[in-house]
Design a protein around this ligand. Sequence first.
Ligand code: ADP
Ligand code: ZN
Length: 744
Amino acid sequence: MKSIKSKEVSVLLIGPFNEPFDYLIENNINGLDIGQIVLAPLGSRKVVGIIVSEGSKKYPIEKLKKIINVYDINPIPTSSIDLVYFLASWYCVYIGLVLKMVLSPLEAITSPILNKIYKINLSDYPNGNSIDHKKITSKRKVILDYLSNFDEGKVIEDLIKDTGITKNIIKDMLKKGFIKEEWVKLESTTSPDLINESVKNNQNLKILNEHQKSAIETINVSIKKSSPDCFLLDGVPGSGKTETYFDTVQTCLDENKQVLILLPEIALTPDWQKRFYDRFNFNPLVWHSDITQKKRKEIWLAALNGSAPVIVGARSALLIPILNLGLIIVDEEHEPAFKQEESVRYHARDMAVYKALKASSPIVLASATPSLETFHNMKLGKYIHLTLPNRATGAEMPEIKLLDLKLHPPKKGHWLSPILIDEIKTRLIKKEQSLLFLNRRGYSPLTLCRSCGTKVNCKNCDTWLVEHRSDSILVCHHCGFKKFISNVCEFCGEKDQMQSCGPGVERITEEVKKYFPEANLITLSSDTMKSQSILTDAINKIKNGEVDIMIGTQMIAKGHDFPNLKLVGIIDSDIGLSGGDLRASERSFQLLQQVSGRSGRHALNKDDKGLVILQTFDPENPIIKAIAKNVRNDFFEKELISRKNAGMPPFGRLAAIILSCKSEKNLDIFASKLSREIPLFHNVKIFGPAPAPLHFLRGSYRRRFLIKSHKTVNLQQVLLDWVKKVKTPANIKLNIDIDPFSFM
Ligand code: ADP
Ligand code: ZN
């Protein structure tokens, strides 16, 4: 931490700013550091910011305003400040807005952590004269007796948990004056889940295989030397990657350093959290969009003051300032969920690599099917390749069969080929589990009127409404618009002509029920698994063998380890293979490979090995073939060649500009103004404006420019100079998307 010597300081404020402002600090304040969080005046407002350097000395001292407050919190580490600047410049967003993400939750800084506690409000309880004993019902007595043991009071959660009395009764007692509430400062900022003594007392250690050991040794060297090396931990599903990185987490704990683990969908990984707990005997601090504000404050402060050993979170956890970072792990690094697609559009994996570099900490990118970018970096020698080639349990890899639907078609209006049905039957007889995978939520993706051909569209978006039959509704998966299912066509008025076209998981479940009425089924999608506890429950049931057949979306494709699962049936392997998207083939490959990896993870001999059946209309498709033959690297090499020939990432650079507006006319006027100013640069090509594939979304029209350039071009500068030339009207939204993932 660099300390500040001067009385003039430059402060970067949160908000739409790209430059810090100069301020003065009071004479009696000494020992401030870079990164110190302060409150400063800005016009008539007071704004939080951080000290980024000594003053610029550009202004006479008497013109400078004074800092209002210096918060009594650790300064933001310089590695985090570097990240703020880099992320902002890479993704063309205001530095102050990225800072806002780092200082979120702001309440952790501006308001001390307070807890509401409850105390007895009857001074002479239980025997005094002031007490009207008739009013002390048995339930009230339980609360009062309990609280009489705790002069310091109790928080409501404990009160409910320990007495079993409901919140309503407690609130009523408060209203009637039996008890009172007070706000007190939290003693410790670390999570109560944290059991420090047991941090080093780990459990459930596996005997690691040679590949795991060698990977761990390599990473450990970097941890101990604080060397910012980037590792690709590359192993087939079930090869023990998680087990391996857990070991490196332990190394960090032994070194008293903190670990940041990024997972694509943390809210949906109770399984992972349980495994962590079993191994380490404490819970990591879990950060994602659904945690309470209070929890958020605690985690943020514990990360910054160094008391949280392990922080695990979804992509936004990247921005948590961590005092003593010793290791970053990005699990399933290829997942598109690491790219944020709204407001500040950033890629958490890419920025994590930068964060690690600046914090002098190694980073491990783990995946069974790395992104092409990462694979390429590994080939260039920028990332160190660590491989785990076999399943860790010693299980055989599953057999993969292509099922040509042209030769073995399902019955009309059905989706399961007789061959797949037979295989499911065999597993049922053997009391083994099957998983049917279809990456489509709901019952059916399209409803059509047989009489006039009208498709039921969303009123806010240019998309079909998806039928969710169990809820009797049609839903837009883009904006959430809903309406009840009706048997009358809104266009032609004809009755009973509405037809559901194509399947979603709900429909597959219906079909499986018909074939196997006795079997225990479970449908796993974000619609059926609405909360973490429902999902945990479902996963436990599957593990305990209470489920015979699972039907699921990508939610079930990843991470889970179901020992008795022996058959994976992929209902439609062709989804996603076509489409103009840069990453369409890469992503299909990744998803199919991952789902396949669920099969037979604990099969101990050849006869017992798992089976994967890919239903397809296109068995000659190179992606399908690569999956069937299990030749990942060949596929990646070919894909890299085709990207290279097209000048696409990772060989060239891409960016998009997305314009949106409620008025299509105004949008087109602005788009053509912008297109008249298209800069002419060597090695830069700009396509568009074109209507976006989703050209009407959430009530706004959308146009896109696609910008492609050589790797050597400073694409961000080109874009910023270009859009500066035309003033963007207030009713038009202009978004720059660097390294775009979504082309919609
Ligand atoms: P991945 O993260 O690569 O999918 P995991 O770490 O989840 O793999 O390991 C897959 C399964 O193998 C888990 O059940 C895990 O407990 C087990 N496992 C991992 N390493 C070993 C080992 N060295 N010996 C025995 N079992 C192991
Ligand atoms: Zn919609």
